[in-house]
Design a protein around this ligand. Structure first.
Ligand SMILES: C[S@@+](CC[C@H](N)C(=O)[O-])C[C@H]1O[C@@H](n2cnc3c(N)ncnc32)[C@H](O)[C@@H]1O
Ligand code: SF4
Length: 388
């Protein structure tokens, strides 16, 4: 059974104003060398029961993995191989890189050691907006990084952030024009999400302009040969992110490092588990762990053994994020008659409402209206223990 690995590298040059990922400014915390030692220890202790499995993908995420020495990333990849995970040509190995944090020589090291996909946190080519987000790099540095990747013909993806305070439709259009010229194979377009009351929640484009932004992204990218295959993700044909697909199509994934989350089908309805969010707690856990499977021996508050209604909720939410949707066949295969028919009835009523469509192959997926209202769709498909 295939497995995906996520490796969290929690270092950043700066903390962007909108970000709530578990990351820290490098100088303020444990040196990366010590952190990677803990990470290797965690892998050696906990790989029992999963080592030997074929890896669909490895993803170095953050944070800014390109900020730490490439030799540290290589040491993690070597350990993965030493522990007996199966890696072949089809294993997608991605590293997130921030503009101005890679060089010809670091790229050489990554490529020679099996990294075959680069995810560039570009966000926007507008310097004023970059500054307002608290980003350290300029648009010129983003262009340099993208040119470096393009010159070598590498497979790279691009993160775009939109609906920023003060952002105009024409500025988003400039971003789209420019990024299409760099010919990435894949693009993630993230609608800025910040809590109410956050400084960046003020001055955002009005709702009708936000809708125009969603429409502009879809039409502009469509004309440039990109297919939308998930709510926020677009790709050239055949370049879907294998790693992200693991989250959406219910493949097992093991997350290593600070705050990393995992999902394994190691119990009837699947088990989720996660690592501590602080360095001292993570260090203590790894230093005191016995050997075992990834979730063995974790405290109860870090493990959730899913019940049927939770698994049904996850399957509906995750599959419906993709434009290929949720196959009726899968519902019937995984769940008993009562649960599958309750889900089918809710799904069909969302078709009547116009938020979902059902294909001739009996897959439900988000309609154009549902794509804009996905949170409401997911609320309707959240099941409780007494729903069937
Ligand atoms: C985990 S971050 C890591 C990427 C890299 N460190 C960077 O920022 O350049 C992945 C992506 O999440 C997106 N992101 C982070 N915070 C967000 C937020 N509050 N709302 C929407 N997207 C966000 C950004 O586009 C970012 O590139
Ligand atoms: S660089 Fe990326 S991970 Fe780091 S703070 Fe900014 S958005 Fe978050």
């Amino acid at each position: 059974m295939a497995l995906s690995l996520y490796v969290h590298i929690p270092y950043c040059i700066q903390r962007c104003h909108y970000c709530d990922f578990t990351t820290f400014e490098q100088s303020l915390i444990m040196p990366p060398e010590d952190y990677v030692k803990l990470l290797l220890m965690e892998m050696r202790q906990r790989h029992h029961g999963v080592a030997g499995r074929k890896l669909r993908s490895i993803y170095f995420g953050g944070g800014t993995p390109s900020l730490i020495k490439p030799s540290l990333i290589v040491s993690i990849l070597k350990e993965v191989a030493t522990l007996g995970f199966e890696i072949d040509q089809s294993t997608e190995v991605t590293i997130e890189i921030n503009p101005a944090t890679v060089s010809e020589s670091s790229l050489d090291t990554y490529i020679q050691n099996g990294i075959n996909r680069f995810s560039v946190g570009a966000q926007t080519f507008n310097d004023d907006l970059l500054k307002m987000c608290g980003r350290e790099h300029t648009a010129a540095q983003t262009r340099e990084t993208l040119s470096l990747l393009q010159k070598r013909g590498l497979n790279y993806t691009f993160d775009l952030l939109f609906a920023l305070p003060g952002q105009k439709l024409a500025q988003l259009e400039q971003d789209l024009n420019e990024l299409v010229d760099f010919q990435p194979k894949h693009l993630s377009a993230y609608y800025l999400t910040v809590p109410t009351g956050h400084p960046m929640s003020k001055g955002r484009p009005p709702e009708n302009e936000q809708v125009s932004m969603f429409e502009l992204i879809e039409s502009h990218l469509g004309l440039s040969g990109f297919e939308r295959y998930e709510i926020s993700n677009f790709c050239q044909p055949g370049f879907e992110s294998r790693h992200n697909m693991s989250y959406w199509d219910n493949t097992d994934f093991w997350g290593l490092g600070l705050s990393a989350h995992s999902y394994l089908k190691s119990s009837k309805w699947g088990t989720r588990f996660w690592n501590p969010k602080t360095f001292p707690a993570y260090e203590e856990q790894v230093s005191n762990a016995a050997t075992g499977s990834p979730e063995e021996g974790l405290p109860d508050e870090q493990v959730e053994v899913l019940k049927m209604h939770e698994s049904l909720t996850d399957i509906c939410h995750m599959h419906l994020r993709t434009l290929s949707g949720l196959p009726e066949r899968l519902l019937n295969e995984l769940f008993d008659g009562l649960a599958a028919s309750e889900a089918a009835s809710r799904l069909n009523s969302l078709v009547t409402k116009g938020w979902l469509v059902k294909s001739s192959q009996n897959n439900w997926s988000l309609s154009p209206e549902g794509l804009l209202l996905s949170n409401q769709v997911f609320e309707e498909l959240t099941f409780g223990p007494s729903d069937f």
